[in-house]
Design a protein around this ligand. Structure first.
Ligand code: ZN
Length: 182
């Protein structure tokens, strides 16, 4: 049974592994801002206090981006957290377009915990693309990203009405920001 102490351990673990990584937006924010924001959205927009889900949110990019293994997460933080993290980890041996297609295809089949993490992840990423777009992204690329994120989220619905409503108002704002920049 994970506790708030384990949650802080996970935050510290993720901060250590994301050291030196930055977000791709023009502000170049430290990467750790992102998993912390994902966990914060789940807790404070979604009203969810399941510690395993919050820990998975904090750790969700450590396997995909930091070379941490599933076994390492399982032994430190438990099987439930490890399985949520694995469910939201892309197979990086596949080409990017295929990974993006598979996210849409897999979304409806994820566990509820993994759906919540993925929904908050999409909120965080689309917020960043809207508020701090990467300097080298074209308008078209931003537009495609928002529409792809919406397609993934279509398969995640039914897990948390507050996060879904937050996503919907964000997408409205993101689309108009893209059109204004075009
Ligand atoms: Zn993420």
């Amino acid at each position: 049974m994970n506790t708030i102490n384990n949650l802080l351990n996970a935050a510290s673990f993720a901060a250590k592994y994301h050291t030196g990584q930055t977000r791709k937006g023009e502000r170049g924010e430290p990467y750790i801002n992102h998993p912390l924001e994902v966990a914060n959205l789940i807790a404070n927009v979604g009203g969810i206090d399941d510690i395993d889900i919050l820990m998975a949110a904090i750790l969700h990019d450590t396997v995909e981006d930091c070379g941490v293994t599933r076994d390492e997460i399982a032994s430190l933080f438990g099987e439930t957290v490890a399985s949520y993290v694995l469910e939201v980890t892309d197979d990086k041996s596949l080409p990017k377009a295929e990974r993006k297609r598979l996210q849409i295809e897999h979304a409806p089949h994820l566990s509820t915990g993994a759906k919540i993490v993925k929904l908050a992840d999409k909120i965080s990423n689309i917020t960043d693309i809207t508020n701090s777009p990467p300097a080298d992204w074209t308008i078209e690329r931003r537009r495609e990203y928002v529409e792809w994120g919406s397609s993934v989220v279509a398969g995640l619905r039914g897990v948390n009405a507050k996060l879904e409503a937050h996503f919907d108002s964000l997408v409205t704002r993101a689309r108009s920001a893209v059109e204004q920049a075009a």
